[in-house]
Design a protein around this ligand. Structure first.
Ligand code: AMP
Length: 288
């Protein structure tokens, strides 16, 4: 596996790959890789001739009181995992080169970023879109793979690609979960054993919301109350948001008439965890 650290090395490698007419797949990550990341990598390996994975803890997507300084890193293990899978190149940019002190150009995707994580973390999507666009320019992939765990981020990238007429296919892959249902996340490492038990309440809340909808409940208020009580029943949980929203634009929905997204963000100890699911409306029992 090629290890690339400068922008020029990455560009040269990509140019050489593309000049051979190979289809190039790209998986951007912040490292501390788990099976969720690896499922994206597997998809790229399957769909493309060559795959490059980036590992970069993007400083400009973190707010002032967030976990940038504590974000987990294990570069050696990440590289081994990727090499063992047959990844062709890993790109580990240097912070000062990718994000110079005087960076003055930013990408803002409006509207869909006003909700959910964009509302509680105002820096997040501007930071993500700016760095992902830079990475797209440097890597020049044919396919870029993201996870539905960060469904709002996935839609932000799709919108950016559409609005800026980028020639990149974007794939979104399902959430991978631990055996107890918790969505896999690099941030799960912050949880102690008690907090880990509390963290199960996220997927339990989603499941209880889903089951209400599938049993015919159409009031988002009732669904959110039920989800809230599942989270609150666990020690040490602090809800950031619970949402029943449109799965593409993320605006809140009051009355469920078609498919919706259930989403939530919860602080547990040092971790802020997110999870989501899509739910089809149950078929009408009476003519509708
Ligand atoms: P991160 O390293 O957290 O920035 O994540 C890098 C990519 O992996 C993003 O596209 C995430 O959505 C995706 N990802 C993270 N966790 C999961 C998961 N449990 N299942 C699927 N994709 C994931």
């Amino acid at each position: 596996m090629q290890e690339l650290t400068t922008i020029q090395e990455m560009k040269d490698w990509s140019r050489a790959v593309r000049s051979g007419n190979s289809r190039l797949g790209f998986v951007p990550t912040m490292g501390f890789l788990h099976d969720g990341h690896l499922s994206l990598v597997r998809h790229s390996l399957k769909k493309c001739d060559k795959t490059v994975v980036s590992i970069f803890v993007n400083p400009i997507q973190f707010g002032p009181n967030e976990d940038l300084d504590n974000y987990p890193i294990n570069l050696k293990q990440d590289k081994k995992l990727l090499a063992d899978m047959g990844v062709d190149a890993v790109f580990v940019p240097q912070k000062d080169e990718l994000v110079p002190q005087d960076l003055s150009t930013f990408v803002e995707v409006k509207n869909i970023t006003e909700h959910l994580c964009g509302k509680s973390r105002p820096e997040l999507f501007r930071g993500v879109a700016t760095i992902v666009l830079k990475l797209f320019h440097i890597v020049q992939p044919d396919l870029a793979v993201f996870g539905e765990k960060d469904r709002q981020q996935l839609e932000v990238i799709r919108k950016m690609v559409l609005d800026l007429s980028l020639d990149i296919e974007v794939a979104g892959l399902p959430i991978t979960r631990e055996s107890d249902g918790i969505a896999q996340s690099s941030r799960n490492t912050y949880l102690n054993p008690e907090e880990r038990i509390s963290a199960r309440s996220l997927v339990q809340a989603l499941e209880s919301g889903r089951s209400l909808i599938q049993n015919g409940e159409t009031s988002a208020g009732i669904i959110k109350n039920q989800m809230r009580s599942v989270i609150k029943s666990q020690a040490g949980t602090q809800i950031d948001y619970i949402s029943v929203c449109d799965p593409k634009h993320f605006g809140e929905i009051n009355q469920i008439k078609s498919s919706v997204m259930l989403a939530l963000a919860v602080h547990i100890g040092k971790a802020r965890l997110i999870d989501n699911c899509l739910v089809e409306k149950s078929p009408c029992k009476e003519p509708c």
